[in-house]
Design a protein around this ligand. Structure first.
Ligand code: SF4
Length: 335
């Protein structure tokens, strides 16, 4: 892999040439319908709970590997596809709006190319969307389905666990701009850190703010842990009480297999998760918001889709999926 190293003020960018196919499907069941693109390995947001930090291709703290030839490869790959994708998802293991100029420039060019080919963009971000990118997304509203990740309004917690993401009020404002432009937009309350972000007061403030900007759907999940994530948390969370509160919720938690990916993860015990999801659902309902539980990370409690990548199915298929999901839900309620 040809590499060129360039230093930025906070994040070192390693430019690399991607050899593998750009439009690769994700192993996760909820992302299996769309091709996905990671513009980088590693993510400058450096969330402490991020599963992708333990991936072998992650270049480590303070660095990202930028796949600089992504657009070039896409231009070569797309015309040769027999069936063009309806949309592309950004990104399964990085954030497309991470605060690195080279990443943002490439994201703009790739979005522009996809839109010019009538291909949609599904995205999930916790980052700051630059004005130029926001204008491009809004101008192509019918081709965009956006998810904004936001678990709490408490900045003191976000500063510890998501040190370089956009502040909550910025994320809400961005979601509002997208909604007003006609972009299908959801808020993703994931990952909720149990014991820290699941109290009724905090959720009430969050969901009230979410409702006030016209959001009608949230997806929810608690955080899952794996040994490298636990090591990361122990190494970086200075407040030992906060660390203890969080980890104590996983002490007797089961090990689940993530739906589709086959990865084993530690989750809080089912009664704890059920209680948290019921609380979110109840508060959300009061504010006129529908809730989906992420089934990939809660295979023992939920099924159906949390629409992490939006809803790009044709109406008949979407109706069929809704019917299946509703039937399963009613069977579960009777049990
Ligand atoms: S924004 Fe997403 S991909 Fe980036 S560090 Fe945070 S959790 Fe990981």
């Amino acid at each position: 892999m040809a590499q060129e190293v360039k230093s930025l003020s906070m994040t070192e960018v390693i430019k690399a040439k991607r050899k593998a196919t750009v439009l690769a499907p994700s192993q996760l069941a909820c992302l299996s319908k769309l091709p996905t693109i990671n513009l980088t390995a590693g993510c400058a947001h450096e969330c402490l709970y991020c599963y992708a930090r333990s991936y072998s291709q992650n270049p480590g703290q303070g660095r990202v590997t930028l796949y600089a030839n992504t657009l070039e490869k896409l231009r070569d790959e797309l015309p040769r596809k027999r069936k063009r994708p309806k949309a592309v998802y950004f990104s399964p293991s990085s954030d497309v709006f991470q605060p690195v100029p080279e990443v943002l420039d490439l994201a703009y060019d790739v979005f522009e190319y996809l839109f010019s080919n009538e291909i949609g963009v599904a995205l999930l971000t916790k980052g700051r969307i630059p004005a130029q990118h926001m204008s491009l997304l809004c101008a192509n509203a019918s081709l965009v389905q956006a998810g904004i990740g936001l678990t709490t309004l408490r900045e003191e917690l976000l500063k510890v666990f998501e040190p370089r993401t956009a502040p909550p009020q910025v994320r809400l404002l961005q979601a509002k701009m997208l909604v007003e432009a006609g972009v299908s937009t959801r808020i993703r309350i994931d990952p909720i850190l149990p014991g820290l972000m699941d109290d009724a007061q905090g959720l009430e403030a969050l969901l009230k703010a979410v409702a006030s900007i016209g959001i009608k759907h949230v997806a929810v999940s608690t955080a899952f842990l794996r040994p490298p994530i636990i090591r990361m948390l122990k190494g970086h969370v200075r407040n030992k009480r906060v660390l203890h509160v969080l980890l104590s919720h996983y002490e007797s938690g089961p090990i689940l297999t993530m739906n589709g990916a086959g990865t084993s993860v530690i989750v809080p015990p089912a009664p704890i998760r059920k209680k948290i999801y019921a609380r979110v659902k109840q508060i959300a309902q009061r504010h006129g918001i529908a809730t989906s539980i992420c089934a990939c990370k809660n295979g023992d409690l939920a099924n159906g889709s949390c629409h992490i990548a939006g809803d790009w199915l044709g109406e008949p298929e979407a109706r069929r999926q809704r019917f299946l999901f509703d039937s399963l839900e009613s069977v579960r309620r009777q049990e």
